[in-house]
Ligand binder design. Structure first.
Ligand code: RB5
Length: 154
């Protein structure tokens, strides 16, 4: 799978660990940094890069890591076509794919431990949208909200 990943200074060095693990599992990584946790930077910059890679089809899914995961998730969900899930447990991680067809995982490096983060990433990456009628119906309603917000129609 092609996975885009980005992290601000708060998400470093968890991003390095996750990249290494995903590469070892055979995934192709588009790495947007940061590789320097000592320099304060801005999570929206990474959310935008990862989100655009997913929306543009260069990546099958994305991972964004910041201190709490909250800012990254808020920013990523502003990008049309992105459905970002902030996950601190493995159940939410796989269900966000299976039911909600999320395509970006957000993690809080200051919240989850490194071992749990690895399991959350595996749960997310390995799961797929089930396409069941009730989930497809709900997803279509989410997409309709996005369409209305984009066009300004009421
Ligand atoms: C950076 O200190 C921190 O605010 C950022 O990484 C993130 O947690 C925002 O939600």
């Amino acid at each position: 799978m092609r996975i885009a990943i980005g992290a601000d200074h708060g998400g470093y060095p968890l991003n390095e660990q996750i990249i290494e693990e995903l590469r070892a599992a055979g995934h192709e990584i588009e790495d947007f940094g940061t590789h320097d946790g000592s320099r304060p930077d801005d999570y929206p910059d990474y959310a935008l890069k990862v989100g655009e890679a997913v929306r543009g089809g260069q990546a099958d899914c994305g991972i964004i890591i910041c201190g709490s995961g909250v800012g990254a998730c808020v920013a990523a969900n502003k990008i049309r076509g992105v459905r970002a899930a902030l996950c601190g447990d493995t159940y939410s991680a796989h269900q966000s794919r299976e039911h909600d067809d999320c395509n970006v995982l957000c993690l809080g490096a200051r919240v989850v431990g490194s071992a749990l983060a690895s399991e959350i990433v595996r749960s997310f990456v390995d799961a797929r949208f089930t396409g069941e009628e009730r989930h497809a119906r709900r997803l279509e309603k989410v997409l309709e909200i996005e369409r209305r917000e984009t066009t300004g129609d009421q």
